[in-house]
Design a protein around this ligand. Structure first.
Ligand code: GDP
Ligand code: MG
Length: 177
């Protein structure tokens, strides 16, 4: 159910980050579910959707930003990250290059984003396990090394997507209250 902004206890911004075609937009549709409202902002090439969630007795409205393809050119601007309290850093478990690039995205995020941004590293497309190039252990180790949360998901089969999102929101809520 959508909650009007004034009935919300908190409103915060989160961003989707990662290489092209890793599944960011599909994860966003899953997270936003029936409430998927794509408010396009063509001037800055950013789209976002809202998702309401109840956490620790509070009503939280997450505004989740998605790119409109400019990650392909590594052309994400600082306004994309500005004020974001959370990030879903996504790679594709069937493409090693998207995993190695997540280190580059992380660097950019840390330069341009909020200091204590809650970052969830996500290995997506686990439904394609027969094509796997990045093991779960590799993902988990990187996350531990970099102080990130970690989860493997399938946007296609809707596995762990809600869990990943709720974990990020819960952590942000803990930090900001
Ligand atoms: P984005 O460029 O990161 O926003 O990626 P998209 O969400 O547009 O997805 C890129 C491609 O990957 C599309 O063809 C999707 O159908 C596919 N895709 C996204 N998530 C999954 C997933 O969990 N499993 C599989 N098998 N395909 C996926
Ligand atoms: Mg996309």
């Amino acid at each position: 159910m959508a909650i009007a902004e004034e009935e919300c206890d908190y409103l915060f911004k989160a961003v989707l980050v990662g290489d092209s075609a890793v599944g960011k937009s599909n994860l966003l549709s899953r997270i936003a579910r029936g409430e998927f409202r794509l408010d396009s902002k063509p001037t800055i090439g950013v789209e976002f959707a809202y998702r309401d969630v109840r956490v620790g007795g509070s009503l939280v409205k997450a505004q989740i930003w998605d790119t409109a393809g400019q990650e392909r050119f590594r052309a994400i601007t600082s306004s994309y990250y500005r004020g974001a309290l959370g990030a879903l850093l996504v790679y594709d478990i069937t493409r090693q290059s998207t995993f190695s690039n997540s280190v580059k995205w992380l660097k950019e995020m840390r330069e341009l984003g909020t200091d204590d941004m809650v970052i969830m590293l996500i290995g997506n497309k686990i439904d394609r396990h027969h094509m796997r190039q990045v093991s779960e252990d590799e993902g988990r180790s990187l996350a531990e090394q970099e102080g990130l949360y970690f989860m493997e998901t399938s946007a296609l089969e809707n596995r762990n997507v809600e869990e990943a999102f709720v974990q990020m929101v819960t952590r942000i809520h803990e930090i900001t209250t």
